[in-house]
Ligand binder design. Structure first.
Ligand SMILES: [Zn+2]
Length: 145
């Protein structure tokens, strides 16, 4: 199960709003809610290993992921070896929509789930997956690494 590290988020109203939006985004992409301890059991349900060029063990990778707030993070990123998905202060903005967060979470997860080792090819494939395979609209223009 992926784990949303709720204690890493700012303990103010902005932080609480971001957490609330992230929980809804996770429920939308995984098909079930986040537990009180921040646990998200199943991997994003719309992804398909064959169609989306995923590693066969992508569901196991999801279980190792953590989602945390990092005040030093300029956008969002994922650490390839420790599977830490980092969300920065940019996403505290009220203009950030739940669907934006869904795309961010999928984007960062795909960096560690794609069965393509050369990271320079990832973004082109992600556009294919997010836009054409999953039906998300054009890139929201949010900075993601
Ligand atoms: Zn990226």
């Amino acid at each position: 199960m992926a784990t949303l590290l709720t204690s890493t988020f700012p303990a103010d109203e902005e932080g609480a709003k971001l957490l609330k939006k992230l929980k809804i985004a996770l429920a939308n992409i995984c098909g079930h809610g986040v537990s009180k301890k921040g646990i998200v059991l199943t991997a994003p349900r719309e992804l398909k290993a064959g169609r989306d060029n995923l590693r066969s063990d992508y569901r196991e990778i999801w279980k190792k992921c953590t989602i945390e707030f990092d005040s030093e993070e300029t956008g969002a990123s994922v650490l390839m070896k420790s599977y830490q998905i980092k969300i920065g202060p940019f996403f505290l903005r009220p203009s950030i929509k739940i669907v934006d967060l869904e795309e961010v979470l999928l984007h960062e997860f795909l960096h560690v789930a794609l069965d393509i080792s050369d990271r320079q090819f990832h973004h082109g494939i992600m556009t294919q997956i997010l836009k054409y395979n999953l039906g998300y609209k054009e890139d929201s223009g949010i900075f993601m690494d």
